[in-house]
Design a protein around this ligand. Structure first.
Ligand SMILES: Cc1cc2nc3c(=O)[nH]c(=O)nc-3n(C[C@H](O)[C@H](O)[C@H](O)COP(=O)(O)OP(=O)(O)OC[C@H]3O[C@@H](n4cnc5c(N)ncnc54)[C@H](O)[C@@H]3O)c2cc1C
Length: 422
């Protein structure tokens, strides 16, 4: 991670340009009213993030993390989870603070702070009990548009994506019949003059309901997977059906019934859609690792002090091996996952085996989250099941990182040179 005192690149100035007007009172921050924001957070917010930038911290990402954490505390996330709501207010403030442009180049309205900044921010937010998945989706997925090449018209929208004014958080690739085998698409796009007509169904699509644009993978004229942008509002033949899940992930089924869109909404060359998606997999795994490690640290951060405070049989429960060893195992798993995340970031930056090293980081991070949640359950006993303890919420969230087979297959193939199993 970049240390305080290091020289900052030009993007920092760009980021400051977003935040400084707020600090100087030249620009109001839109406060998330009407949402489940705590009284404390509102009071603090009233002080207009005075300490952000340059005082308590010298790292723009830490300052942004602090602003978001202090605005949206545990009661906010509890209410959002209970209502299965989208964190609109959190998302709006993240947009104000320039988060969605962190991976975009300055030419697209971004600050190009890079994956390290996003990973650090997401990890800190999750460590504080937040759910930053919407934030990383909006920061990561627009890169797909850039990967489509300079002639993609939707690039024009990216500066508005960087502020959150336009939401681009959904990629619709998975289909009910083919699952992991995304190259076997039943969804088709057929050329019709200067338009494309899309037909098919998608499943488990995150944030489709909250996105202005859906990026849909379809087989174009039989020439292979191709990405298209479909506007959510007012598109004839597009139907979204929410699919409730164990965790608050805003998944939907997407039905495309002869949806006609202009060729200008094609997001890249015909037949190159999977490559465009695959080029972002390492980044997605880095973000997912940060989420999982943050969740693990959240659980351990609550459980370890409780193990000291809580006394049963006349002594702290943490004095018992049955309680302290699982906590120690969680600490070890988190340490390993953090090192692997750092390794994955270096791999990404140096373009050296980022695919397999990000897969390893994500595997270790998912496992650290599972170990830490389980240790927290042992420590909190009955209290762990109460929603107010926030542990059961993190247990449900950690299930999202439990699909490991594809990643293990990737490591087996790339690291051990075993036959490809997927
Ligand atoms: C919370 C959530 C959000 C999601 N968001 C999105 C999204 O935004 N967009 C999107 O397109 N998709 C999304 N998905 C879909 C996700 O990518 C799929 O679940 C995944 O591709 C697997 O498809 P499947 O669930 O149909 O499982 P299947 O492909 O049916 O596989 C079932 C099981 O068999 C295993 N398996 C299959 N083949 C092999 C093999 N060759 N070797 C070893 N094991 C194998 C799998 O690992 C899995 O455990 C989301 C899923 C979840 C749970």
């Amino acid at each position: 991670m970049r240390r305080s005192g290091d020289a900052w690149p030009a993007p920092r100035q760009a980021l400051e340009a977003v935040i400084r007007p707020v600090l100087l009172g030249e620009k109001e921050l839109r406060l998330p009213v009407g949402d489940a924001c705590s009284a404390d957070a509102k009071a603090w917010h009233g002080k207009r993030i005075r300490h952000v930038m340059g005082t308590a911290h010298d790292h723009p990402v830490d300052s942004i993390a602090d602003a978001l954490i202090r605005s949206f505390d545990q009661s906010y996330w509890l209410a959002i989870d209970e209502k299965r709501a989208f964190p609109d207010a959190f998302f709006a403030l993240a947009g104000e603070l320039g988060v969605f442009g962190m991976l975009l180049p300055e030419s697209s309205g971004g600050t190009a702070l890079g994956p390290r900044a996003i990973a650090r921010l997401v990890l800190r937010l999750h460590e504080a009990g937040a759910d930053a998945t919407s934030l990383s989706a909006q920061a990561l997925l627009p890169l797909i548009v850039l990967r489509g090449g300079p002639e993609v018209p939707l690039r024009e929208a990216l500066p508005r994506v960087a502020t959150g004014a336009v939401r681009m958080m959904a990629v619709a690739a998975t289909e009910p019949d083919s699952g992991l085998e995304v190259s076997k698409l039943a969804t088709t796009a057929v050329a019709d003059g200067s338009n494309w007509v899309l037909r098919g169904a998608k499943i488990y699509i995150s944030f489709a309901m909250q996105s202005d644009w859906l990026m849909v993978l379809a087989d174009a004229n039989g020439a292979g997977p191709t990405l298209f942008a479909v506007p959510r509002e007012g598109t004839k033949g597009l139907e979204l059906r929410p699919l409730a899940m164990i965790a608050n992930r805003h998944t939907t089924m997407v039905f495309l019934d002869d949806v006609s869109i202009p060729d200008a909404f094609r997001l890249g060359p015909v037949g190159k859609g999977l490559t465009q998606l695959a080029d972002g997999f390492s980044l997605r795994r880095i973000a997912a690792s940060a989420e999982a490690i943050g969740n693990a640290k959240f659980c351990l951060g609550r459980a370890a002090p409780y193990a000291i405070e809580r006394k049963v049989f006349g002594r702290p429960i943490g004095a018992n091996q049955g309680v302290q060893y699982p906590l120690a195992q969680a600490a070890v798993a988190i340490h390993a996952a953090e090192l692997a995340l750092e390794d994955a970031l270096v791999a990404f930056e140096t373009r050296d085996r980022a695919n397999e090293r990000s897969a390893m980081a994500r595997l270790l991070a998912g496992s650290a989250a599972e170990v830490a949640v389980k240790a927290a359950f042992t420590t909190f006993g009955g209290m762990a099941l109460a929603v107010e303890a926030h542990i059961e919420r993190k247990l449900r969230e950690s299930t999202v990182h439990s699909f490991d087979n594809l990643l293990l297959g990737l490591v087996a193939e790339r690291v051990l040179h075993l036959p490809r199993g997927y």
